[in-house]
Ligand binder design. Structure first.
Ligand SMILES: Nc1ncnc2c1ncn2[C@@H]1O[C@H](COP(=O)(O)OP(=O)(O)OP(=O)(O)O)[C@@H](O)[C@H]1O
Length: 320
C-alpha cells in the first residue's frame, strides 16, 4: 500500500541571503520500505536519526528549504510529484498524521468538535447535522463522551487531547495513519491507554500504521515489523518478534527494560558516544565509531541492507 523508494531528505540551512552558500543537512539517506494494507510498521532510532523527516516527507509537509528525492508511492501514486489539488485530497482521506505533543496541535480558541469536523468539511465528506453526528461518533470511538465536542482544548487533559488528535486522524477514514511519537508527552498509564486505543482502532478499521518512536519496546508491542534508523539510513528491518542482528539495533533494544522478565538485565553502560552530526558523518558505516564489534574495514565500507531470512540488516557482520 505504501512504498518508499530511496527516499532522501536534505535540509539546506545557513544564511543564503547574505551570499553565503547554504549548508546541507542530509537527514534521510536513501530509505526504502514497504507497508502492506492493514500492517503496522514501527520506525525506531535515536533522536536525530531522521524518523520525523521520513514521516513529514511522506505527506510533503517539509519546509521549503528541504530537498526531497526518491519516490513515495501511496497505492501506486507518487505523493512527491502529484499535483497540489490531488495532494490535498490524499492528506487526511488516504493518509493522516498524529503528531507528538497534542497540546500544540489543537487550536486553543476553537471548540474540539469544530476542529474534528474541519477535515470532513474541507474534503466535502459531510456538513451540517451529518458532520456533527460523525464528530459524536468519532469522539465515542476514541473513548470520549459526545458532549466533549463543545469543550475547548484547555478543558481537556493531555491524554484526552491526544484522543482528539486520533479522532481527527480517523475523521476521513484514511487507509494509513502515521503516528509520530503519539504518546511521548503522556504519563505511563495514559500512554498505555492511548496505545491500546490505537491498536484497537487500526484492527477494527483495517488501517495501516506507521508508528515512529525511539522506544523499541512500545513499537515491538504495537507493530508487526520494525525498521531501525541510524544517521538517516535504515540499518535493520524485520519482524517485531525475533532477535535483532545489527549491533546498533541490539544496543538500542538493550537500553530498554523488559517489565516482568526477571532474567533480563539492562546493558551496563548503555550505548557509548553520541549519534553523529549529519553534516559530519564518519566515513564507511556511520555507526562504526560507536560499534562494539566494528572491524577495521567498517571505517571505509558502508554495507547496504542485505536480506537474510525474514530480516534485512546493513552490517558487514550479518551474512547475506
Ligand atoms: N527544518 C530543519 N532544518 C534543518 N535541519 C533539520 C530540520 N529538521 C530536522 N533537521 C535535522 O535533521 C536531522 C533529523 O531530524 P529528525 O527530526 O527527522 O530526527 P528524529 O529521528 O525524528 O528525531 P526526534 O526523535 O528527536 O524527533 C537532525 O539532525 C535535525 O537536526
Amino acid at each position: 500500500m505504501l512504498t518508499l523508494e530511496e527516499l532522501s531528505v536534505t535540509y539546506r540551512i545557513g544564511d543564503t541571503r547574505a551570499g553565503r552558500a547554504a549548508d546541507d543537512v542530509p537527514a534521510v539517506r536513501g530509505v526504502s520500505l514497504e507497508l502492506a494494507a492493514g500492517e503496522a510498521l514501527g520506525l525506531a532510532g535515536e533522536s536525530g536519526s531522521g524518523k520525523s523527516s521520513v514521516a513529514l516527507a511522506l505527506l510533503r509537509l517539509l519546509p521549503r528549504s528541504a530537498v526531497v528525492g526518491g519516490r513515495v508511492l501511496l497505492d501506486g501514486e507518487d505523493v512527491l510529484t502529484m499535483k497540489w489539488g490531488r495532494l490535498r485530497a490524499v492528506r487526511w482521506s488516504s493518509a493522516s498524521i498524529v503528531f507528538q505533543g497534542a497540546q500544540h496541535g489543537l487550536n486553543p480558541v476553537r471548540r474540539i468538535g469544530d476542529q474534528i469536523a474541519e477535515p470532513l468539511l474541507v474534503h466535502r465528506l459531510a456538513s451540517g447535522a451529518a458532520a456533527e453526528a460523525r464528530v459524536r461518533e468519532l469522539l465515542e470511538q476514541v473513548g470520549l463522551p459526545a458532549w466533549r465536542a463543545r469543550s475547548y482544548p484547555h478543558e481537556l487533559s493531555g491524554g484526552q487531547r491526544q484522543r482528539v488528535m486520533i479522532a481527527m486522524a480517523l475523521a476521513c477514514s484514511p487507509q494509513l495513519i502515521i503516528a509520530d511519537e503519539p504518546t511521548t508527552a503522556l504519563d505511563l498509564m495514559v500512554q498505555a491507554q492511548v496505545l491500546t486505543l490505537i491498536r484497537q482502532l487500526i484492527a477494527d478499521h483495517g488501517i495501516s500504521l506507521l508508528m515512529i518512536s525511539h522506544d523499541l519496546s512500545v513499537l515491538a508491542d504495537m507493530c508487526d515489523r520494525l525498521a531501525v534508523m541510524y544517521a538517516g539510513r535504515l540499518v535493520e528491518v524485520g519482524p517485531s518478534a525475533g532477535k535483532f542482528r545489527h549491533p546498533y539495533s541490539q544496543a538500542l533494544a538493550a537500553a530498554f527494560p523488559t517489565v516482568g522478565d526477571p532474567a533480563s538485565r539492562l546493558a551496563p553502560r548503555g550505548l557509548a558516544g553520541d549519534p553523529p552530526d549529519p553534516q559530519e558523518l564518519p566515513g564507511g558505516c556511520a555507526f562504526h565509531p560507536r560499534c562494539p564489534v566494528a572491524l577495521e574495514s567498517c571505517a571505509s565500507t558502508d554495507v547496504p541492507l542485505r536480506v537474510s531470512g525474514d530480516r534485512a540488516a546493513a552490517c558487514v557482520l550479518v551474512g547475506e
